[in-house]
Design a protein. Structure first.
Length: 209
């Protein structure tokens, strides 16, 4: 079971990664393994050209996404998490995954046009991240996901519904906010007492002029 995190800042997470090989037992805990398997099963397509994973941690989900995506941008604000992920990248995943230390959403929004240009991911996966964002930053983050996502691309959110001290807002409210965005069409959800998984697809953009 995912325990409470006590301070949602990069230094806190760096200390956790330095003290423990797997602070939340993401690789071994049944709750985490089952949730990850359900998330992967919820992806509507068997394969994607490019995926963006904000809040990637040390990459357990990243490596699974790399098996189904030609390219993965894995982003986390923790230097230790990104260092761990880079150490784990062996061929062929090493050729597919770009591990980036960036604050989400602000630094990611600034990085993308300079480095990725006009490229848009056809999959964005957000797992155990959005509940750390205050309401104004959550709106900015949802805007960013919506703007970056390719037409016809899939957005998948997966979040714990458990109570813990760092939570800025409830998981159900977060997913409901995403569902209000006109360009996003719901593809379905899996909700149980301790977590929720939901997928949306982006409608085509209106032509300019």
């Amino acid at each position: 079971m995912r325990p409470a995190r006590t301070a949602a800042n990069a230094r806190h997470f760096d200390r956790l990664y330095l003290r423990q090989a797997d602070p939340w037992q993401v690789a071994t805990d049944w709750y985490e393994c089952r949730k990850r398997a359900l998330l992967l099963a919820a992806l509507p397509r068997p394969r994607y050209a490019a995926a963006l994973e904000p809040g990637c941690g040390q990459g357990e989900l990243t490596l699974a996404l790399a098996a189904r995506c030609d390219q993965v941008w894995a982003v986390d604000f923790s230097a230790q998490a990104i260092a761990r992920l880079r150490q784990r990248l062996t061929a062929p995943a090493a050729q597919r995954v770009s591990a980036l230390q960036l604050q989400v959403p602000e630094q990611l929004a600034a990085w993308w046009p300079r480095h990725a240009g006009a490229t848009r991911p056809d999959l964005i996966v957000v797992s155990e991240l959005a509940y750390y964002l205050a309401p104004s930053r959550l709106e900015t983050f949802i805007d960013l996901c919506q703007d970056l996502l390719a037409d016809g691309g899939d957005l998948v959110f997966c979040h714990s519904r458990l109570t813990f001290g760092d939570r800025q807002q409830p998981t159900d409210a977060i997913h409901a906010r995403v569902g209000t965005r006109a360009p996003l069409r719901s593809l379905g959800q899996w909700t149980q007492d301790d977590f929720r998984i939901e997928a949306w697809r982006r409608r085509a953009r209106e032509p300019d002029g």
